[in-house]
Design a protein around this ligand. Structure first.
Ligand SMILES: Nc1ncnc2c1ncn2[C@@H]1O[C@H](COP(=O)(O)OP(=O)(O)O)[C@@H](O)[C@H]1O
Ligand SMILES: [Mg+2]
Length: 296
């Protein structure tokens, strides 16, 4: 990480010489040792400052480049399998290895019953692998307690499902506010953030409607706004266009594309190749295993 004191010193050193308007400010840095002994004390001071500045710039450059490489992957699955205790055991996810980087937009494509939702529930910390390891934002979460998983999930992950799961008695605005209500955020702040999220999905003009007064696409945009309200690091969407006609589905995909352009990390599950076509990276699964990966 970049040390803030270091950056403060760096900025201070950078600003300091600019205040000096004396003629000595435009010296030749290549002065040899003999002439340097005769340099005026104030010029010597400047030389030292410049030399320090150069080494600090070089340090800063290397810290910035190290920092880039330290950004952890959002999700890392290693040899993840899931077996349900049915009969002799029903294995529906097999030995999955997958890395999803921050800000990536990844589609998981597979036929119905291929294990997509099961995989998504594990990525979303709603279910645990039977074997293998799961890292979330650089942290091994495989053996976290249920409470710790729930806390991390509430803070870091937003979900969008095929069936919207809106509460019929609450307005659009109240539905979007709900996750913050559970986090005990005060009313005025909740409402302001909910309106911001509704604006992001172009639905601010429906804030007072009930879900029954919305179209399918508007219901899904409400659900997306609700997923956004906790400012999650990751959004997981399970067949989000599955209940929508194809034109409305395309408008929802546009909303996801806008979120991706704003830097949100997205994983979207679909069985529909037409949906997958619009996603930059596709992981195809069949019978619980990854069978192909494509990147466009
Ligand atoms: N809780 C569960 N208990 C037993 N079997 C399950 C459970 N959840 C899913 N399955 C089975 O796992 C398989 C994969 O399901 P799922 O992950 O929902 O597939 P997809 O989302 O690709 O349609 C299916 O055969 C399903 O019946
Ligand atoms: Mg499913």
């Amino acid at each position: 990480m970049i040390d803030s004191t270091f950056v403060g010193n760096f900025v201070g050193n950078f600003v300091e010489p600019a205040r000096d308007t004396s003629p000595a400010a435009g010296f030749d840095e290549g002065t040899d040792e003999g002439s340097r002994t005769q340099t005026k004390p104030c010029l010597q001071l400047k030389l030292t400052q410049i030399s320090n500045l150069k080494s600090q710039i070089s340090n800063l450059k290397s810290q910035i480049s190290n920092f880039k490489f330290q950004i952890p992957t959002m999700i890392r699955l290693r040899n993840v399998s899931k077996t349900f205790a049915i009969g002799d055991g029903l294995t529906v996810v097999r030995d999955v290895n997958l890395d999803i980087a921050r800000t990536e937009y990844v589609g998981i494509l597979g036929a119905s019953g291929s294990g997509k939702s099961t995989l998504l529930y594990m990525m979303g910390l709603l279910d645990r692998p039977s074997s293998g390891t799961l890292h979330f934002a650089g942290r091994d979460v495989t053996t976290l307690s249920d409470d710790a998983l729930a806390e991390l999930r509430g803070r870091s992950i937003g979900f969008v499902f095929q069936a919207f799961h809106l509460i019929g008695q609450l307005s659009v605005l109240e539905n979007v506010e709900l996750p913050l209500f559970y986090q005990h955020v005060l009313g005025r702040k909740r409402r302001a953030r909910a309106m911001d999220c509704l604006e992001r999905v172009h639905l601010a003009n429906r804030a007072d409607h009930l879900p029954a007064q919305l179209s399918g696409g508007e219901c899904q945009r409400t659900a997306i706004a609700r997923a956004l309200i906790t400012e999650p690091a990751l959004i997981l969407a399970d067949e989000p266009t599955g209940n929508l006609d194809s034109q409305t589905g395309r408008s929802i995909l546009c909303t996801f594309e806008e979120l991706h352009a704003q830097g949100t990390t997205l994983v979207l599950i679909t069985h529909d190749p037409a949906v997958a076509e619009r996603i930059p990276r596709i992981v195809r699964i069949a019978d619980g295993a990854i069978v192909e990966e494509t990147n466009t």
